[in-house]
Ligand binder design. Structure first.
Ligand SMILES: O=P(O)(O)OC[C@H]1O[C@](O)(CO)[C@@H](O)[C@@H]1O
Length: 543
């Protein structure tokens, strides 16, 4: 299979970039004042302004041709219909099935996937309804007030991010906490002050074989049994979310209290299914289904909108444009919403575990750069931290700004100030300030160069009416599909994650070297052997 970089569409983009690179966004806007109006696209409740990108109509045409050349249309159809596009694991990729509307059929590999999805959603709704109503009680008959989700990666970041995002919808007096790290400080800190009689643990693990999750779950179980004085308490205080019923039973959780999912849901694509159980308990089944409707709206948009007006397609292609033709290494995601403070962390797994690949799906090495590095913090905090580099540093950092029109609370008109900051930043990044303008303001000549704002720094601005469950679903689906579009152009398998396995195996091999009574005999390399000795010395163990 020829690499995408050998396609004429790729060379055409390279030539075009060479011609466009010297042009400033100020010129692009001066030449085409209507671009702000034209370069907007709507998907569901999301409105994207991409006019502050270093593109013209010609660029967009060339990028769309590249997408056609990469077979994006066919790939979209393949994903939605359950073709095994996760080739290295020979699996379908069907997170879009998690939000199928009731009544819409989908059979894949001989299995009625739609029926399976709705059966689990119904069980989740029934269970979370009982917990919320105080009908599901703990071992001593008291209702649940705290849910502790124990999971890591996709079994933590999604529900943790979404719970925080939708805190204004948590209306049953039940709060959630999230434990992920094998650092004992995480579980110990989380359990501190909790009432065991009113705490429900949701052990979330696709494989139910993850060291961090199982270790934390064991500590939690011991904590509970010690306090309630009876092993039988476990079945009232522990439920599981997993694809592996055997291991759930082996851990001692009644599989009647297990909520399943399937190998065709990647961990990082899973919180709109059973992995969202803790979220559903907090916000209720109805709000959860509204969130699914948001996901679905963007799925439909991806499937049906022409590429020129297709938000995830355009944003994915812009990611490729900067990564492969401008040498950009990172993309900042800057939500102007404190509620979305975990969104960048969530996106880091979604995007980087998916597209951090250096071989193509057919096993050949990639030629182009892949995998944008996603990072970010909510505005306005980031403005007082790293924005200096965005404005005046030597690197090109494309950024996504995300804002909402309606706040949930607004003392002293703070929300308008928040949004004013968002808009001011994108304008300053695009248009900057020239030496002449600064000198005209009376700055001393020696200071003028320090104050020059180069501008020409590209941004997307996504605006939505309010951070509702539906809008959150739309936002997440948007980024899921951006990942998919980029992965398709690069020709990689965005749905495996083999790169995380080696370190896990080595940690298990190394653990005995840290803890053994006798000085350890082996370590994988001299540097690591020296560090093992140093660690043991610090812990007062024989070296
Ligand atoms: O849900 P599990 O099986 O515990 O896995 C947790 C996470 O670990 C990973 O496999 C990476 O190590 C992620 O892909 C996944 O989301």
């Amino acid at each position: 299979m020829a690499d995408i970089t050998e396609a004429p569409e790729w060379s055409a983009l390279a030539d075009h970039q060479a011609a466009l690179a010297g042009r400033h966004l100020r010129e692009l806007f001066a030449d085409d004042p209507g671009r702000a109006e034209r370069m907007t696209v709507t998907a569901g409740d999301l409105r994207l302004d991409y006019s502050k990108h270093r593109v013209t109509a010609e660029t967009l045409g060339l990028l769309v041709s590249l997408a056609e050349r990469a077979g994006l249309r066919e790939r979209i159809a393949a994903m939605f219909t359950g073709v095994h596009i996760n080739v290295s694991e020979d699996r379908a990729v069907l997170h879009t099935a998690l939000r199928l509307p009731p009544g819409e059929p989908l059979t894949v590999d001989g299995q009625d996937v739609a029926a399976d999805v709705h059966a689990v959603l119904d069980r989740m709704a029934e269970f979370s309804g009982r917990v919320r109503a105080g009908e599901w009680t703990g071992f001593t008959g008291k209702s649940i007030t705290t849910v502790v989700n124990i999971g890591i990666g996709g079994s933590d970041l999604g529900p943790a991010m979404a719970y925080e995002a939708l805190l204004d919808y948590a209306d049953a007096g039940i709060s959630c906490r999230f434990v992920s790290n094998i650092d004992p400080a995480d579980i110990v800190g989380t359990l501190a002050g909790l009432d065991p009689e009113r705490t429900l643990f949701v052990i979330s693990s696709k494989t139910f074989g993850t060291l961090e999750t199982l270790t934390n779950a064991k500590v939690a179980r011991q904590w509970l049994v010690d306090r309630l004085g009876d092993d039988k308490a476990v079945s009232r205080h522990f439920v599981a979310v997993s694809t592996n019923a055997e291991r759930v039973a082996g851990f001692g959780i009644d599989t009647a209290n297990m909520f399943g999912f399937w190998d065709w849901v990647g961990g990082r694509y899973s919180f709109d299914g059973a992995i969202g159980l803790s979220l559903m308990i907090a916000i209720g089944g109805e709000a959860f289904r509204e969130m699914l409707a948001g996901f679905r709206e963007i799925d439909e948009h991806l499937r049906t909108a022409p590429f020129e007006a297709n938000m995830p397609v355009l944003m994915g292609l812009l990611g490729v444009w900067y990564t492969d033709f401008f040498g950009a290494q990172t993309r900042a995601v800057l939500p102007y919403s404190q509620r979305l403070s975990r969104f960048p962390a969530y996106l880091q797994q979604l995007t980087m575990e998916s597209n951090g690949k250096s071989v193509r799906a057919d096993g050949a090495p990639v030629v182009a750069q892949t995998g944008e590095i996603f990072w970010g913090e909510p505005g306005t905090n980031g403005q007082h931290a790293f924005y200096q580099l965005l404005h005046q540093g030597t690197r090109l950092v494309p950024a996504d700004f995300i804002g909402f029109a309606e706040p949930f609370e607004d003392p002293a008109g703070m929300h308008d100030l928040l949004v004013a900051n968002l808009l001011a930043q994108t304008s300053a990044l695009a248009f900057g300030k020239t030496a002449e303008e600064i000198a005209a303001e009376g700055a001393p000549a020696a200071v003028v160069p320090h104050k020059v704002m180069p501008g020409n720094r590209p941004t997307s601005t996504i605006l939505a009416p309010k951070l509702t469950p539906k809008v959150l679903g739309e936002l997440v689906a948007l980024y899921e599909h951006i990942v998919f579009v980029e992965g398709t152009i690069w020709g990689i398998d965005s749905f495996d994650q083999w790169g995380v396995e080696l370190g896990k195996v080595m940690a298990m091999d190394l653990a005995p070297a840290l803890t053994s009574e006798e000085p350890p005999s082996g370590a994988p390399d001299p540097s690591t052997a020296a560090l093992v000795r140093e660690y043991r010395r610090m812990r007062g163990r024989a070296v």
